[in-house]
Ligand binder design. Structure first.
Ligand code: TXA
Ligand code: MG
Length: 315
């Protein structure tokens, strides 16, 4: 069921959960002061309670109101805010525990914050105040980048604020200050180099590490982004004609059906199409698909490959 902006605001105030658009993926939103709705998010998504939710806000000042006053990295945080917000960056910060319920934080002393860039999300957050919003998909399934993806997972009657297809298509980069340095816990379209440059431009010359395997975020221990179809990554093992998740500008000898991520020159298009293509495999009843991962080990491709390998249960 599609809601208007006004209806969405009213529904959230009443303590309902509503799917909302962001520039990365759709989120399953609830007001932070509606414990029933927060509980419902976990139930709806079948999400393990040990996997905390991130908080979406309209302004940096709102984030400051949650922040532990002893946090030492204020200068860096301000630089990150100026460079990347609004946008697809989530920063994990230590919080005043009384300001955010344990349900949101999964009992952790920290919480993730993000100022989304989608104009409709901005408008909504400007009037509702902070909203928690995990990705609007069943836990483990591919994220939702269109209103109809949300309806596929939660039913046609589920309330959705339709903001059109998400422009980014991949969840936000997650960044955390830990053990004396900034670490990326989940790769996204904001690359480690860009974070490092933003800090360096402000006089903070620090290496930004990728910590996904050393010190992962709580969510990364659970299966992610997976379609029902089995994904195979070794194209040399193809026998007979098969479904291939690949690219228009590549030739595949035994391709029965191509699920296209666009061209190998356009990583932004591939990221925008990624979850729709994974979902399409299931809609078309494909049991097994081969995935073309022969892509550069740089930039946004690294992130796309990470999502595909996770979708195939390889990491
Ligand atoms: O782009 C996005 O980030 C989307 C849109 C809707 O904003 N949201 C999203 O939320 O991807 P979710 O819940 O699907 O993923 C958030 C990730 C989870 O893996 C969770 O474990 C991690 O953030 N996370 C949340 N709070 C954390 C914390 N305090 N410490 C470490 N990781 C945290
Ligand atoms: Mg998710």
């Amino acid at each position: 069921m599609r809601l208007t902006l006004h209806q969405t605001h009213l529904a959230l105030d009443r303590g309902s959960v509503v799917a909302i658009p962001t520039e990365t993926v759709y989120g399953l939103a609830a007001r932070i002061d509606r414990p029933g709705a927060i509980d419902e998010i976990y139930t709806l998504k079948k999400r393990p309670r040990a996997n905390p939710l991130i908080v979406h806000v309209a302004t940096f000042e709102q984030i400051l109101s949650f922040l532990d006053p002893d946090f030492q990295q204020m200068q860096a945080l301000e630089l990150l805010c100026a460079r990347f917000w609004p946008g697809p960056l989530t920063v994990i910060l230590p919080v005043k525990p009384q300001k955010l319920s344990r349900g949101i934080r999964a009992e952790l002393p920290t919480a993730g914050f993000r100022i989304p860039a989608h104009p409709i999300a901005q408008k909504l957050l400007g009037s509702t105040g902070p909203l928690v919003a995990p990705s609007a998909n069943l836990s483990g399934s591919p994220s939702a980048t269109r209103a109809e993806h949300v309806e596929n997972d939660f039913g046609r009657q589920f309330p959705v604020l339709d903001g059109g297809p998400c422009n980014g298509g991949i969840e936000s980069t997650i960044l955390k200050w830990q053990k004396g340095r900034w670490a990326i816990l989940r790769p996204g379209s904001i690359l480690p180099k860009a974070v490092q440059m933003a800090l360096a431009d402000g006089g903070i010359g620090q290496e930004v590490i990728t910590a996904t395997s050393i010190d992962p975020s709580p969510g990364s221990q659970f299966r992610h982004y997976a379609p029902r179809a089995a994904l195979c990554f070794d194209l040399s093992k193809i026998t007979g004609s098969v479904a291939i998740l690949g690219f228009d500008d590549r030739q595949y000898k035994r391709c029965d059906r191509l699920f296209s991520l666009g061209s190998t020159n356009q990583p932004t298009v591939a990221s925008r199409r990624l979850y729709a293509a994974l979902r399409e495999l299931d809609i078309c009843g494909v049991n097994r698909a081969f995935v073309d991962l022969d892509l550069p080990d740089e930039g946004l491709w690294v992130c796309i490959k990470e999502r595909l390998l996770r979708a195939g249960g390889q990491i």
